[in-house]
Design a protein around this ligand. Structure first.
Ligand code: AKB
Length: 337
């Protein structure tokens, strides 16, 4: 039986991940979140802990009680929220990640083996200077355009590096026995769209917000232009990507950080599929110029060929299938009276 720590357990990825891990069985899930865990998730976990990843005493006590095999460190403030509270974002996104890496390395020393550390990064690590460059850049590779323009993007890019440092160079001057070993693996996710949860605090949120508003018969003012294009993925594929990366044999991995993506519609194209499913959808486009700038700095598409080649990544849902077979049936079920 594997023991798995999930931070940010109550968030969108946490919901999907805990559900899938519990279905797989043979796992003991420890769910950590600043908020009380959703009642629907509680039966799926061994223990739900309400607490802060900045509380090192709490992390020490969890570490003293459990031997973790894998840590899924999902807790973060997303891009819009982080822009509104940059200092808090830096604390949670960077200091919080450092605390978890320290905990993992401590666990590795005590257990005498490697601890897997799964980290969701983001397309927010990229920063394109203007729309012409964005158009020219096409499918951005992992090493390109690493000039983020948001606190969140900067936090994510730095924490990728921090994870690589802990995996490769941590305390490189020490005797080997004191070092501890972390098997750090990160995914750069595009915008994620779930049928069962609505994100909070992100800037790619217009896609899920539009869909969930239409399903509830509520009007929606989309905060980006109709021609805005960034990559997206349906939530089940994001969860599969995390699970597949976790079990991929290390020798096959040529990198620590991988792009993954599924489709990259414009906001207008998203609206068209929403309207097909919900003909009465009341969507207007009312760009918020400041949030628009953030999305414009993210690539129109990313190149995930390394993930495909190294560990067989392939999304199950393309744009049409995501709507027809997952999102639309899912939201209908969600809001059925
Ligand atoms: C956000 O909008 O901040 C996130 C992301 C793209 O990582 N969804």
């Amino acid at each position: 039986m594997k023991t798995i720590l999930v931070t940010g357990a109550n968030g969108e990825i946490g919901h999907g991940l805990i559900t899938r891990l519990a279905e797989q069985g043979n796992v003991r899930i420890l769910a950590l979140d600043i908020h009380e865990l959703d009642a629907t998730l509680k039966p799926k976990v061994h223990r739900a802990v309400v607490g802060d990843i900045l509380d090192t005493a709490l992390l020490e006590s969890l570490s003293a009680t459990y031997n973790f095999d894998t840590i899924y460190h999902l807790a973060a403030l997303l891009s819009t929220k982080a822009e509104r509270q940059p200092v808090l974002a830096h604390r949670v996104n960077v200091d919080g990640t450092l605390n978890l890496l320290e905990m993992a390395v401590g666990q590795s020393r005590v257990q005498g083996r490697e601890i897997k550390f799964l980290y969701p990064s983001s397309i927010a690590v990229y920063g394109l200077p203007d729309l012409q460059t964005k158009e020219r850049a096409g499918r951005v590779k992992e090493h390109e355009w690493l000039t983020p323009r948001t606190m969140y993007g900067i936090n994510k890019l730095y924490c990728e590096q921090l994870g690589i440092y802990y995996a490769q160079y941590y305390r490189q001057l020490d005797a080997d026995a004191t070092r501890g070993h972390i098997d750090f693996r990160a995914l750069r996710f595009p915008g994620l769209i779930s049928a069962v949860t609505v994100p909070t605090g992100g800037t790619s949120d217009y896609a899920p917000e539009m869909l969930h508003a239409a399903a509830q018969g509520k009007p929606y003012a989309c905060f980006v232009r109709e021609d805005t294009r960034i990559p997206f993925m349906a939530m089940p594929d994001a969860i599969e990507a995390l699970l597949q990366l976790e079990v991929a044999p290390r020798p096959k991995l040529t990198r620590f950080v991988y792009n993954v993506t599924a489709f990259n519609p414009s906001a207008r194209e998203i609206f068209e599929l929403v309207r097909q499913a919900f003909p009465k959808a009341q969507v207007t486009f009312a760009p918020d110029l400041k949030r628009q700038k953030i999305v414009d700095s993210w690539p129109a598409d990313i190149d995930d060929s390394a993930a495909r080649a190294d560990w067989g990544w392939k999304p199950s849902y393309d744009f049409k299938r995501a709507f027809a077979e997952y999102l639309v049936p899912g939201v209908l079920q969600c809001y059925r009276a």
